[in-house]
Every structure is written in structure tokens, then in C-alpha cells.
Ligand binder design. Sequence first.
Ligand code: ATP
Length: 231
Amino acid sequence: MLSVKNVTKKYGRLLANNNVSLEISPGEIAVLLGPNGAGKSTLIKAVCGLLRHEGEITLNSMNNKSLEAKSLLGYVPELPAVYDLLTVSEHLQFILRAYKTEDDGLAEKLLRRFELYDKRDKLAKELSKGMQQKLSICCALVHRPKVVIFDEPMVGLDPHAIKQLKEIFSELKNEGASVLISTHMIDSVEDYWDSVYIMVGGQLRAHRKKSDGDFSLEELFFSVTSEGSVR
Ligand code: ATP
């Protein structure tokens, strides 16, 4: 369970997140939508413990900055976070060691799914941008996180990787993870979401569950972002 309560973040005078609250239950896929500059990445960085902020964020009732909470978290950042001088395999070994997790074969499975297994001895700096993004996704998942945050995960991925990632969304849901996906590629998540939050100007302007009615994410996005609050 991910819980965000009354999070406010200012960069100097700029209010990037204004009293944001949301909850994502186990087995729920939540989508975070909003125009450029709305504050989505800021919220995600706050959830991942990378920013100072006001308000409270917990993962399974533990403060997000605690080691216990961090061990539950998987994060795919907006730009691939890889270490230039580690090989592909070394990345996954490093993450498993950092999280004190045994390698139960998931590392190899992920590399094969994302067509990186034959690149396992290559340095990250020798990978293409899309390959680095795939490695970043593998790193976020290899320790079997219970709360997984994806910030624009599809950017730069080829169709095969996008297909794998969509299957992974469903698998994470079935395994009871809480999943948050921030994306501008609305079509890519239309079949997978359970709830949607729309952020404009640092505030959540709308929150809907799929069960609330027969509407597409795109319709909701444009109705909220062009008309103002419909909460
Ligand atoms: P995009 O869809 O373009 O990625 P976003 O919704 O993720 O946008 P944020 O990156 O969270 O938006 O930015 C929210 C606001 O905070 C923007 O006005 C941005 O210029 C500002 N901002 C973001 N990071 C910083 C920073 N490190 N210092 C100052 N201002 C920042």
C-alpha cells in the first residue's frame, strides 16, 4: 500500500506539489496524468524519498525514508539511471546485494524478456538509450518490489519491450504490488489502469476509478485539463 498525505513541495517560490494526497492499494494500478510541468515527477521523487517535502508518505505504513520502506520500492526514473562502468549483469548483482536479496533466477528472466541477455557483459555506457531504459526497468524489478513507480517508462522502448512491460504491469497487479505509472502515452495504459489521478498546476484535479463509469483516460484528461476542476 502506498499512501501520500498532504504532500507539498516548493522549489523556491514555485509550488510544484500543492497538498497532494493519494492511496494505491495492493494489486492496484494507478495512472498519474498531467500536462508538462504539472508536478508529476516531483511527486514521484518525493515518494521515492529523493526530495524534502511537507506531508507524509508511507509504504505499507512505514515512512518512505526508512530502510524497510525503501526495500519495498522499485523506481523507474524518467531518464535511465545506469552506471556507465558496470556491465548489464553487474547492475542486477549490485541491486540484489544492496537489497540483500538472493538471486532466484529473476535477473536472468528479466534480461531475457527485455532482450538484454546477450548484452549481459556489455558496459552500460555501450548500450543504446532504449537498452539503458530496459536495464533501468530490470533494475527496478529484480528485488521483487511491492510498490513500483514508473515515470514515463515507455519512452525509447521498442514494440517488443513495450509488450513485455505491459505484461509486467498485469503480473505486478496479480502479485499484489501497488503500481503507479506516470505517462503521456495514454493509449499505452488504457487497458491496464484501475484508478487515475490527473494533476494540473501541482494539484490533483481529478481522481476516478475504472468502475466509476465508461470513459477513456483520454476523454477524462482533456475534460479536466481544458475545463479546470471537475473533482
Ligand atoms: P513533465 O510532464 O514535463 O515531465 P512534470 O509533471 O513531471 O512535467 P515536474 O518535473 O514535477 O513536472 O515539474 C513541476 C514544476 O517544478 C515545473 O514548473 C518545473 O519547472 C519545476 N521544477 C522541477 N524540478 C525543479 C528543480 N529541481 N528546481 C526548480 N524547479 C523545478
